[in-house]
Design a protein around this ligand. Structure first.
Ligand code: QAP
Ligand code: CO
Length: 166
């Protein structure tokens, strides 16, 4: 197991578009374990590979109260917006530490993904898991939650986090 370094906004590497995973091999299993460890260490509920400077389409999440439900999504895709009515949620991001912003997203989506066993699955997501999945899939496309807020707020966050990193 290893802790990985998380890129902090406005690092330009957060803007790269991740590549699909062709083979769910041992290296992907190790990557998912390291990502879960890194997410738990940072008290996060979701982490995309882009955030640790690995540009492959995989994210991990655990929205359970007691951190007992790790989930891994490989090559996740939104295949259907089941409920297009947008719901607002105060989102955070391990790459934007200390800031929470309201973001509106479709309330219910169907996604396809590959499991660690290499199986393709389809699931319908709602509530917090739908929010997290859409937030993490955005990371894999180089998008960040601050792209959905006002430019004044975004620039304020950029300045504060840039200063912090020197
Ligand atoms: C994405 O974000 C998410 O500012 C995951 O100081 C979060 O795990 C999607 C975190 C909420 C939807 C709703 C943030 C940890 C963790 C911080 C996270 C911080 C420490 C964020
Ligand atoms: Co994030």
């Amino acid at each position: 197991m290893a802790l990985l370094k998380i890129l902090i906004f406005p690092d330009p590497r957060l803007r790269k578009v991740a590549e699909p995973i062709k083979d769910v091999d041992e290296s992907i299993k190790k990557l998912s374990k390291d990502m879960l460890e890194t997410m738990y260490e940072g008290s996060g509920i979701g982490l995309a590979a882009t955030q640790i400077n690995v540009h492959k389409r995989i994210f991990v999440t655990d929205i359970s109260e007691d951190k007992t439900n790790p989930m891994v999504f490989i090559n996740p895709e939104i295949v259907e917006i089941i409920d297009p009515i947008k719901k607002s949620y105060s989102e955070g991001c391990l790459s934007i530490p200390g800031f929470y912003e309201e973001v509106e997203r479709p309330a219910k989506v169907k996604i396809s993904f590959i499991t660690l066993d290499g199986q393709k699955e389809y699931i319908e997501l709602e509530d917090l898991l739908a929010v997290v999945a859409q937030h993490e899939i955005d990371h894999l496309d180089g998008k960040l939650m601050v792209d959905f807020i006002s430019s004044v707020k975004r620039e304020m966050i950029r300045k504060k986090l840039s200063k912090k990193r020197g």
